[in-house]
Design a protein around this ligand. Structure first.
Ligand SMILES: NC(=O)c1ccc[n+]([C@@H]2O[C@H](COP(=O)([O-])OP(=O)(O)OC[C@H]3O[C@@H](n4cnc5c(N)ncnc54)[C@H](O)[C@@H]3O)[C@@H](O)[C@H]2O)c1
Length: 556
């Protein structure tokens, strides 16, 4: 099957994508990465041959015009979610959640099968008012207690979405299933939700351990179970045109009990301190799953303690090797000196000369949440004379240009990659990819070499220096791209901004880079605060993580 996951880089989306691939389907993910992250798990998923990723804002008509049609299944998961977003930006919540749904309904073709992700929040007002039973079936009245209150913006948007899907489905002959999720949890769900939040506090060693809303009840559903329900519903003809509750009704858990489970799993025994629930959260929530069971034979399989354990373990890893870096870490540094481990620890990734760092030093960096990347040149050789070297040399650095396809060079580069990774580098920095400016006929050979490095490196992080002539193919092979000398360059007379026409040309390239699912970095050379500020500001404008140094990369 060909499946389209709209908002597929988020929490439920990535779990669903993995499941669909395991079932042998081809998955295309569309996401604007406003919340979905291009983290290691997503990048692994992206590399699967059956996965395609499109960056796009689904509130923009142009994104829909460019989307291919002819899908066996479509899941609409894209939405602005989370208490913080709802409280701080209710206008955006309503706009994004309704526009994505309405654009989809305008775009989808008759006969296509669509899943709309709704929420238990649509009826929460009725539970508050005491007119809706718990466990709650699908056919209760939906109620918004206060239309002007920001916290209802999310429920309003999903309520409108439900109506839009039901009516458009009938009018257009679309097959649709509306799933109302109830407290789905699991790995990679951000830090807003109670289970990750408690897990992170337990890992931090909070004592006393604060439990808000200790006497509230929730029925938590492990994400694999929610995915199972979605997959079953989408392949059940009788579910078409239906609203169905999705969750786990087997255990209703008091929040102070949940805290005890998290602490047990964490092996922590702090004093528990209770506090009132945040305003607006319902005292009890549990789905009635009779309809889901009747339609699909679904049964939740992951007991709460097991699900909490899996989630906790994931967050423990996340804290040990954070994708975004530990608090206060900057994104990247380039340093071609030796030592300075304390200063390097301030960065999430550091590009180093491999021969300057011992395996012990690399381990120490990794333990501090730093990912060291080893410098490697792919098109220039600074070593002794060798059969792959061309007669010409790089006028700036003196290295000999090489015949990239020469088998000796390929073997040499792959050996360097293996040596660096075996020594403890977490990835590789692939330099001198400006081949389109020097030997354009080498482009296919360089791509083949990068592909061979990817195969050798497995899931290790690959950062390319420029390499714009290798796009778009290179975007499938590397995790990030560095734009070296994006705004400022060095000349014989010192450091200076690029002239306006070059800045403009670089801006166009940077805009193109944003189309790819890559981490983007800028490295600029500056010797005054003014120049450094200019380079940092310009990098920020284009969404590039910036590092500024001297020509020798000797500063941290
Ligand atoms: N997780 C739950 O317990 C739960 C409960 C009720 C409902 N839901 C619904 O399920 C769906 C998925 O939830 P989730 O927990 O995975 O949320 P999530 O925030 O992790 O995923 C939503 C994804 O949509 C993307 N997105 C947002 N705006 C976009 C736009 N304009 N264009 C393209 N992509 C955009 C985000 O980047 C993100 O990757 C949502 O619709 C949510 O409302 C989830």
């Amino acid at each position: 099957m060909k499946v389209l996951l709209l908002g597929g880089a988020g929490f439920i989306g990535v779990h669903l994508a993995r499941r669909l691939i395991d079932d042998g389907h081809a998955v295309t993910i569309v996401d604007d990465f406003s919340r979905g992250r291009r983290d290691r798990e997503f990048n692994q998923l992206r590399r699967h041959p059956q996965v395609k990723v499109i960056s796009g804002d689904l509130t923009a008509a142009a994104t829909w015009t460019a989307l291919p049609q002819g899908w066996d299944q479509i899941y609409l998961l894209a939405a602005v979610v989370g208490v913080r977003n709802v409280e701080q930006d209710p206008d955006r919540v309503v706009r994004v959640n309704t526009l994505t749904a309405l654009h989809l309904l305008d775009w989808v073709s008759p006969g296509e099968q669509v899943f709309f992700a709704s929420t238990s929040e649509v009826y929460a007002g009725g539970v508050d008012a005491g007119i809706v039973p718990v466990p709650t079936p699908e056919d209760v009245p939906l109620m918004i207690s206060d239309i002007s209150a920001p916290r209802f913006a999310y429920a309003v948007s999903k309520l409108l979405g439900e109506a839009a899907f039901l009516h458009a489905a009938r009018a257009k002959g679309i097959g649709c299933v509306i799933g109302r999720f109830h407290n789905v949890y699991g790995p990679r769900m951000g830090t807003d939700h109670v289970i990750p939040e408690m897990s992170l506090r337990a890992l931090r060693g909070d004592d006393p351990f604060l439990v808000r809303g200790a006497d509230q009840y929730r029925a938590f559903c492990y994400v694999d179970d929610a995915v199972e329900a979605m997959v079953r519903l989408m392949s059940t003809p009788a579910a078409t045109g239906e609203i169905v509750h999705i969750g786990d009704d087997t255990t209703e858990t008091r929040i102070d009990e949940l805290a005890k489970i998290v602490l047990r799993v964490a092996g922590a025994v702090p004093a528990i301190q209770t506090a009132p629930a945040p305003p607006g959260s319902v005292a009890r929530r549990c789905p009635d799953l009779e309809k889901l069971r009747r339609l699909t034979g679904y049964e939740p399989m992951v007991p709460l303690e097991e699900g909490v354990r899996r989630t906790f373990d994931w967050y423990r890893e996340f804290v040990a090797a954070p994708e975004e870096g530990v608090a206060g870490q900057q994104s990247i540094a380039f340093y071609y000196g030796t030592g300075e481990l304390d200063r390097l620890a301030k960065y999430r990734r550091v590009v180093l000369q491999p021969e300057f760092y011992s395996p012990d030093e690399l381990t120490s960096l990794r333990q501090r949440g730093v990912e060291p990347l080893a410098y490697m040149s792919l098109s220039e050789d600074h070593g002794p004379a060798a059969p792959w070297q061309r007669p010409d040399r790089n006028p700036d650095w003196g290295g000999a240009f090489v015949e990239i396809s020469h088998p000796g060079w390929v073997a040499h580069v792959l050996r360097q990659a293996s040596t660096a990774l075996d020594a403890g580098f977490g990835g590789l920095f692939l330099d001198a990819l400006n081949v389109e400016l020097t030997y354009p006929e080498d482009i296919p050979h360089l791509l083949a070499l990068v592909a061979a490095i990817r195969e050798r490196a497995g899931t290790a992080y690959l950062l390319a220096n420029r390499g714009f002539g290798l796009l778009p193919q290179m975007a499938e092979l590397v995790d990030g791209v560095l734009f070296e000398s994006f705004s400022v360059r060095w000349t014989d007379r010192g450091y200076a901004p690029w002239p306006p026409d070059v800045l403009e040309q670089h801006a166009k390239i940077a805009e193109r880079l944003l189309e790819f699912d890559l981490d983007l970095y800028a490295l600029d050379y500056a010797d005054t605060e003014g120049l450094a500020a200019f380079a940092a500001r310009r990098a920020r404008q284009f969404g590039l993580h910036s590092f500024i140094s001297d020509r020798a990369l000797s500063r941290l």
